[in-house]
Design a binder for this molecule. Structure first.
Ligand SMILES: [Zn+2]
Length: 327
């Protein structure tokens, strides 16, 4: 599934540089750390089949990505300080990897994938193009860092934690989410566990080593009256032009919210920035949990930067500047 590998690789790179005490902890709880690196994305898999029931967890996943990210992480750390234990700490630091990579890379990924805003001519190509772009980046990075072909290796094994989420993770969310998003945000069925098991189920369904399922999805796309671009959910056998995704020639691109904010970073530059930011944040978080840093310091350094825009959440400008890489 697109983007899972890139987040896993970011976590691997962070662990190489993170402080020793945390690294040891994360090694003991490796799959939990890997699952943490997927951030709140697991909520997007709740009832993942298009025709299956309500999408409450998806809305919550979006809120965690955009709103009050700083407050969310500060409350997570306070919970970890008052409830000592490796599991919640390892999971929170995984979430931080996800946050730092999303906020560094999303402006670029959004710029090169675009969003479908209506049904203007040619816009059908943009439906799920974000997924397709992230799948391409996954393939390229997994080859480069791990020497693997993502189409052949089942990714769900990397994050499988058994039949349900560890009680420590459930306790963390049950405490923090109502504090940040209000009492009703977890109402109803067991949203967290179902999202986790739906994610594992979806990743198994999307594992397609011979490309047969992608072929069926392509046929569906061809005959379906709706534009779903279902094939983009599967890894393809090859990625067209790697440079179109990685920008190693440092061609200019702009922040999708601001045409005047021009960047030249490659994807690797953004990825390395995310790794560095996470290593620093893990150090601060460890110091906070151990009582060596105070609330003022985390309030200062862990702020409400949105996963999607890389900007402070109160900046409500729309993302409108894109130059999509198309199939
Ligand atoms: Zn995410």
């Amino acid at each position: 599934m697109p983007d899972v590998w890139t987040h896993l690789i970011c976590g691997h790179e962070v662990l190489k540089l993170a402080r020793e005490d945390f690294r040891e902890m994360a090694r003991r709880e490796r799959k939990l750390f890997n699952f943490g690196c997927q951030g709140p994305d697991f909520l997007f898999y709740y009832n993942f089949l298009p025709w299956a029931g309500d999408k409450r967890a998806v809305a919550l996943g979006n809120r965690i990505h955009h709103e009050s990210c700083g407050l969310f992480f500060r409350e997570c750390l306070k919970h970890a300080r008052h409830n000592p234990g490796e599991k919640s700490l390892v999971y929170i630091m995984g979430l931080m990897c996800h946050w730092c990579l999303d906020r560094a890379a999303h402006p670029y990924i959004n710029y090169i994938s675009g969003t479908c805003r209506g049904d203007g001519p040619g816009e059908e190509k943009l439906v799920n193009n974000h997924k397709r772009v992230e799948a391409s980046i996954d393939s390229l990075l997994a080859k480069r860092f791990l020497g693997i072909d993502v189409q052949k290796v089942p990714v769900h094994r990397e994050i499988y934690l058994g039949g349900s989420l560890p009680p420590e993770v459930q306790a963390l969310y049950s405490r923090v989410l109502p504090l940040v998003f209000g009492d009703g945000c977890l109402a109803g069925a067991d949203i967290l566990n179902k999202s986790y098991s739906d994610m594992i189920a979806a990743l198994k369904v999307l594992h397609d080593p011979r490309g047969a399922k992608r072929l069926v999805a392509s046929l569906y796309d061809l005959i379906s009256p709706r534009v779903d671009n279902m094939r983009y959910y599967f890894y393809g056998a090859t990625v067209g032009d790697p440079e179109a995704y990685l920008n190693e020639d440092h061609r200019p691109w702009c922040h999708p919210m601001d045409q005047a904010e021009v960047h030249y970073e490659s994807f690797s530059d953004l990825f390395l920035r995310a790794v560095g930011d996470t290593v620093e944040m893990i150090d601060l978080s460890m110091r906070f949990v151990l009582g060596e840093a105070g609330e003022a310091e985390i309030r200062d350094k862990i702020t409400d930067i949105s996963h999607s825009t890389g900007k402070i959440h109160s900046d409500e400008r729309e993302m409108v500047y894109f130059l999509p890489v198309l199939p």
